[in-house]
Design a protein around this ligand. Structure first.
Ligand code: FUB
Length: 511
């Protein structure tokens, strides 16, 4: 593909987008979200409530990871960690948080000791945000009491890392720089009503603090978000001018009413100059207190650093970016979906499975550009009769831009790339992949992409008048990267992504 092959599109067109969708994952139940910003991507590490609840209690054996660069389309990154990774654990894969340091990723988890259900805190490490993870110490990092659940971790600007956790009391340790040991012993935070608010009727829980702490710093203020009491859990927070308190109660962030779940768990990050509040609800079909799902809302900190009350919505955030359909998009990238699962094998990696008639995948803010798409290709596999993929714009029954027939490929993981022509896909739209056929397991989908209509370039626009071969190069946010460079080599050495070269929108493909 010519590396300067797409015409500049007015940014105003990005406003033409539909509404968003909470909960953000529909293929699995995903409680206890813990977001992490890494370079240009938000990863959210979640728990996993099994589809079948055992003994009317939390049924959780592993953790999952999702990622997004636009806050609306989330890619399933699989389940790279299970309680079985910890030789000392017998189950209870509860709330967790991952943090990067020195090129490694440290995932602090709640896991039950083997031979009993007492929770404790373990740590797993990887060179990659999506694993594989291993237990570097072969023992719990914290094994102190039955309070040992829900670790939250933060590295301060001076390099000191803190691990907080606990229900119904809050504890912390100062982690050593290796992130897998600590010195100074376990400290218990004084549970005063000035620090955590007043709760009545429960002597063991005199403050609103319940569990699920989320520790972070913004400007010079330290924040402790947490699930508060009484049940169903609202979300509250406290602040401090130091990393170890004293904490001052600041009130509720989100009401506990009508979440469909008696627990909750917060995670707050800033990404592309916006703030996001992650939480969980029982709002997915079939959901409830033991089948919870991650949701997210965009918000703004008040000028004094306080957090406003945030309403739970089904809309969620606006897209922080558009999705480029002309690069490979994993099938398991979705803004919303219905009826689907994802599956992984060592040979195929992750793919979309359990595809039945009328199931669909929705993608938001897909930027086909003004010249549009001419064809659609998908890597699919089926050992049965197959079916088809209808490509529709804006709604499940919206404008049909193409249909890809999927016939037998010779096996459920025998992948073939099939292509169909596309008409009428220009501009920015929500895209629906609507699956048609009969049965509940018609075929599997690994990845897909569109091919653009490559038109002649508007080579006059945006050029220097004195030397029309010279252009300025900007990134998608309008930052000037290169000034007055030769158009033919303007993108050399830039990473994969979308740029403006003069007035041309330019795409650098993976090399
Ligand atoms: O998900 C199991 C437990 O429920 C978590 O550890 C708590 O925070 C609550 O969400």
């Amino acid at each position: 593909m010519n590396r300067i092959d797409r015409i500049w599109m007015p940014l105003a067109a990005l406003a033409a987008v539909a509404t968003a969708d909470n909960p953000i994952v529909q293929t699995y139940y995903t409680p206890d979200p813990a977001p992490m910003v890494w370079n240009d991507t938000v990863f959210v590490y979640t728990g996993h409530d099994e589809d079948v609840t055992v003994d009317n209690f939390f049924t959780m054996s592993n953790w999952r990871v999702y990622s997004s660069t636009d806050m609306v389309n989330w890619t399933d990154r699989g389940s790279p960690l299970s309680y079985k990774t910890f030789s000392w654990s017998g189950g209870k894969a509860w709330a967790a948080q991952c943090i990067p340091r020195n090129g490694k990723f440290y995932w602090y988890v709640t896991a039950g000791l083997s031979g009993g259900s007492q929770p404790s805190i373990g740590v797993a490490v990887s060179d990659n945000p999506t694993g594989p993870f291993k237990d570097p110490i072969n023992k719990p990092l914290v094994k102190n009491s039955w309070d040992d659940i829900d670790p939250t971790v933060f590295i301060d600007t001076d390099g000191q890392a803190y691990l907080y956790w606990g229900n119904p009391k809050l504890y912390y340790v100062k982690l050593n720089s290796d992130m897998v040991s600590y010195t100074g012993g376990i400290q218990q935070v004084p549970m005063t009503t000035a620090s955590f608010g007043v709760r009545t009727g429960d002597a063991a829980r005199a403050t609103t603090y319940e569990e699920g702490p989320w520790f972070f710093k913004r400007k010079s203020l330290y924040y402790m978000g947490y699930a508060a009491g009484p049940l169903p859990e609202p979300m509250g927070y406290s602040t401090s001018t130091g990393p170890t308190g004293p904490w001052t109660y600041r009130g509720q962030i989100m009401s506990g009413a009508n979440t469909g779940s008696f627990t909750n768990h917060s995670g707050i990050v800033e990404f592309k100059n916006k703030a996001y509040f992650f939480y969980h609800t029982g709002k997915l079909p079939g959901g409830g207190g033991y089948k919870r799902s991650t949701a997210v809302e965009e918000f703004s900190f008040n000028a004094d650093g306080t957090i406003p009350t945030i309403a739970m919505t089904t809309k969620g955030p606006n897209p922080a970016d558009s999705l480029d359909p002309y690069r490979r998009v994993e099938g398991e990238t979705m803004a919303f979906s219905s009826g689907l699962k994802t599956q992984a094998t060592s040979q195929s990696g992750l793919y979309v499975s359990s595809i039945g008639n009328n199931d669909y995948i929705k993608l938001r803010s897909v930027d086909f550009n003004p010249t549009g798409a001419k064809s659609f290709s998908a890597s699919v596999a089926t050992g049965t009769a197959g079916g088809s993929i209808e490509l529709r714009l804006d709604t499940q029954t919206g404008k049909l831009i193409g249909t890809l027939p999927v016939a037998g490929t010779g096996g459920a993981t025998t992948w073939k790339t099939l292509t169909t022509s596309v008409t009428g896909a220009t501009g920015v739209h929500d895209l629906f992949l609507v699956f048609k056929g009969s049965g509940t397991d018609m075929f599997n989908l690994d990845h897909w992409s569109f091919e653009p209509v490559v038109s002649s370039l508007d080579i006059g626009a945006g050029r220097s008048v004195s030397d029309p071969r010279r252009v300025d190069v900007h990134d998608m946010r309008g930052n000037l990267l290169r000034k007055g460079v030769d158009r033919e080599t303007a993108l050399d050495g830039l990473g994969q992504g979308v740029y403006f070269a003069g007035h041309e929108k330019a795409f650098v493909a993976e090399r």
